[in-house]
Design a protein. Sequence first.
Lengths: 524, 167
Amino acid sequence: MKRDGDGALLLLVAIAGSGTMVVELAAVRLLAPWFGASSAVWTNVIGVVLLALSLGYLLGARWSNSERPLQRLGAVLITAGLFTAWLPFLAPLLARVFLPEGTTLDRAALQIQWGSLACSLTLFLPPALALGAVGPLAVEVDQRRRESHAGNAGGRVLAASTLGSLAGTFGTTHLLVPALGLRLSFLLAACILGGLGLLVLWSAGPRPRTAGGTGLILLLASMLAPPVEAAPRSDVRLLAERQSPYQSVRIVERDTAEGPWRELQVNEGFDSFQSVWKPEAGFLGKSYYYDCFALPAWLDERDTGDWNTCVVGLGTGTAWRVLEAELPGDMVLKGVGIELDPAVVELGREWMNLPPAGTEGRLVLAGWDGRAGLRFAGGGFDQVILDAYANQVEIPAHLSSLEFFREAHSALRADGWLSVNVGAFGFDDPVLLAIARTVCAAFEAPVALVRVPFSRNVALIARKGAPVLPSPIPSDLPQDWSQWLRFDLATRLHSDDSDPLTDDRNDIERLQRESLQGAAEARR
Amino acid sequence: MIAALLSAAGVFTLAPIQEAAFQRALELTSEGRFAAALETAEDPSLDPTARSQARFWALYNAGLLDLAQAEALAALQVAPEDAWLLARATELALGLHDPSAAEQHLQAWRVDAEGESSERRAVRAQVEAAVATDRKRSRGLRLARMTTLGLLSACAGALGWLLRSSR
């Protein structure tokens, strides 16, 4: 039984497995600036990679019948390296073909599904296919060397490949992309795959060396190509950009009559933003839903003391910037802010006046999931604000369930308030109705739905143990709210608590797709 | 004030009996009292065109753009050549990212005998840009579907062939 090079072969297989995960995980990040990183995009990428691997396994099996499977192995590794190296250059060009500049979020529901699938097939199928062929070829090489049973060789190769994939999974998310960025991550993976392929060919004789040399030249040439990146809209200036473990985030600035305004954009290929900042704290204007977060404080019976808030989905702190300047009377803002992405918090502190760590009365839980953070934050809040969005349009399922809203209910003081920002096209929007039913069920009371003018947002307000809208509506509310709350086309009480979303049964993502598609169909 | 401006621009030509209610609806709109404006628009002295215009103006200023668009369409059924309504409906459709509706309203918005107004020219430029962007979007979607179906078919064919030939 020959054992020469056994370890090297298994290491090679592990690295190829790792490369597959780099391609798969970084693929979503590569597409995210255009198509977001929603479950639809993830599904498309994973589906394409699985399809490619199936094809690769069959091709590898076919090539393993050749006289020199080791040479084939070298060739597929170089091919995988080449295709991987081109990904960061081709992706922006292709994405712009399928999702042209100027497409607005409310027109893009189908574009996101089909565009991300077409991009995934074009970009990720070739490298994943080549990487899929590595396994069967390695099994053949191993079996011939060791003269062992197919099951024995297959088990060893599968174990090495899966361990490599495991390392690639954690390494890509926690090390490669945050430290190197996307482009360098792909290029590093390409170099390693191509380099391994060259080594294999070099060890196989003079003719393969020529082919390997050609591959090396192509690989180097592809690395010299200039980077193509998702440019921000032409009316804004880019101030800062980060690749976080979760997403690509950027701060942009645009000129307005009130001076420069800044926006936090997350995986943005559209016209939306996640946080907004203006030089002076306070109301942003009627079309901004953030202003509605101040409404509960104005409807509350108190107008002195601390106003203790918990913001789930703090972003860079826009809700706090509004509240700290616009609370009634002598109220003072205190609170906990929960933000999943620490990079967002860092950028907020750097560019959007988010209070630094240690500021009295403000605790930022950076890197915390909203639900876990709310539990940690404690209770007795005057107001819980839910403004958590993933992928531009999606309220995460675990933050829109009956169980979550019951936890929010428990975290409030005896007659505290819940505010939810819901992206919705009017009162009949399926997402709004589902969340309203769920909050109704959790609070066992009607909720108020307040349309935000000139926008596609509705502010949902609920109150624990007291009517959500006082009767009569006070006549001294800011922002024309006194009129707005009496206007039945703008404000509605919702009391249906049937069929709430739960942790067990939550189809919020389907409802969100229906919402976008419904808005598009309404125009036809 | 608003009614006077709009009347001076030749937008509204109302019988005197209607003018008071119409004027009141516009004033209430400018004060941000939209519910009252809509109620006033139901005054029986107003004819259907004036009523729709007053309702539209209230909803448009309230920022309830989807409802304003529905009102504009209803108003245009009654007065399909009303230039003021067509101008607002076109702007509204652009604001709601609905270029095909904007294009339809623009086509119905006839050019005066004296030539195209500066307002229409400006709106036309925006509509043309929005329509061009939407065509690119439609082309992108078509291309994405064709690419997907083509590549998936090729993959299915390759899978079938490889499975058969590996027996």
